[in-house]
Design a protein. Sequence first.
Length: 640
Amino acid sequence: MADANDYLINYTRQAREGQLTPLIGRAKELERLIHILLRASKNNPVVVGPAGIGKTALLKGLISFMASGDAPEYMQSREVVSLDVAKLMLDAKDDKEYADLAKQAIQFIIDSDKQKVLYLDDISFLVQMDSNPENREVAKFLKLALVADKINCMTETNTVLFVSFLEKDSAVMAHMQSLLLEEPTLDESIEICDARKGALEGHYSIVIPPETVRVACQLTGRYVKQRAFPEKALDLLDDSASLLMMDIARGEVASESNTLTQDFCFRTISDWTGIPVEKVDAEDKARLAHAEDILRERVVGQDNAVQVVAEALRRSRSGLQDPNRPIGSFLFIGTTGTGKTELAKSLADFMFNDETALMRLDMSEYMERNSVARLIGPPPGSPGFEAGGLLTESIRLKPFQVILFDEVEKAHLDILNLMLQLLDEGRLTDSKGVTVDFRNTIIILTSNVGANLPSYQRVAKLTEYFRPEFLNRLDDIVSFHQLKPDHLRKIVEIHLGKLLKRAAAIGYQVTVDEKAKDWFVDEVFASKFGVRALKRLIQDQVENPLSLLIMQEKIHPGIPVFLNVDSSGRKLQVYAKRGEAKIEPPPPAQEKEIIEEVVEEKEEEFVPSPRPEEMPAENAPEPASETESQNVPESDETTA
């Protein structure tokens, strides 16, 4: 049988041979660990903290100190060892033999009379976490030795396991001393990464300048908030160096180039987050300075709302915003069709270059108490528990989004209470106990409450639906007013422009008459549905007739298509001029028949509702004859 010493890894020997990574910073925490080891009781330290924060690096830094000549003589004479679990599993024929070999190795450490300190990187050796009875035997054996003060050990664990297992075991905790390790600051992380970049430089045969290290830490600090320093910054440098190697292999970068520039960090963080490279660039200040102008290209007539949102974006990007809150949280108040949802879409496009980075939640679906489980997940043991919540899972997987809570006054009170934590601290805890980070999101809530009241009466009206502590957590309450005709004219041009682009993409050049634009403005201004009525009008009065002509093959790509108002000034007409050699014109009689057929369908299917000022249908004049119409050419057009 192999010697028990063969199943131990001697870290002290590795430290004296220079195989352990030097500890950067953490002087205060290192000194605290030394004090714990020198104590007469409770001299078994356990380092607690999230993954990637540097727990292992701190303990190995302690081992390096113990192996150096600067440590007290009592500590220099001791060796830190760890169980070689891989070798134990390789030599053991079954679980029982594995447990026997592990207990022999632990007994060997006990027999050293505390000249050996056991380093546990696997907490299951201390607590009975595994269902395998042989593993429980090892844990029980080690626990008895620890409680009897026959062995010294040091270990590490994350916060969840510490609270769930170790802290509940009072017998073990009576002999251990915990040290909560905090995440290093940005400056400390830059120092750590700059000291540890040598391993990456040696692996890739490249040079990583200090400014690239600084940018990597700044980018991960801004965009990767769900992970901890310094691991996330080192991961970004590693990934960026790999990207450089790929570009060299593809010939996109000169083979002699061996310097990792900041551009590779921008490209990598863009791949991680889905944000375009040009919007990741930390120097993208000019674009943010003119955010209002960019947003006004889509959101017309709501200058105050656009300015409030743009100011919040600048505060967030400049670093003056509270880092523990979302980028911005707003309550949009206004009647339907005034641009609330359009501003939310514009924000998603401006921030993330993608309108689909908008998560819209209709609060009319969350009026019941049990609907809270749909957002954060059902409680343990309920159906669908593993799937998580709709809101929390979406943000956990894609943390850069605009979240739109539509008609929030309809939500159940429990959901509004849930939002208090989200708005104030920028995080939510789902049903699984996982904390989801909302600090990279923009929260927009819309409501019609008090939309028609003067501004000085709106807050009083809002307090009838929302608690003061809810309203006080919002960055701003933004009012959307009714649009004026000149605003509607610009919106009509924007929406018609989108239609013209879609038509041009399939080969049809559509020309819109100025009077037709005025017709749309009048119709939208007279309706009660705001800009939302415009989309239906364009669909009914332009898209439907035009698609009918296309399906009937009465127009073909290359034939100019026109949209104008008929001689009565009340109705739109779509007609296409036949191009030379584009399509063989039919005989006059047939052409007349086609015109009458299409016009008849137009009268039945596409005539909009009459305005109030129009005379009753029974007194309406007869349709204009061909000789009375001035807009339709005589014999070379197809009309709808």
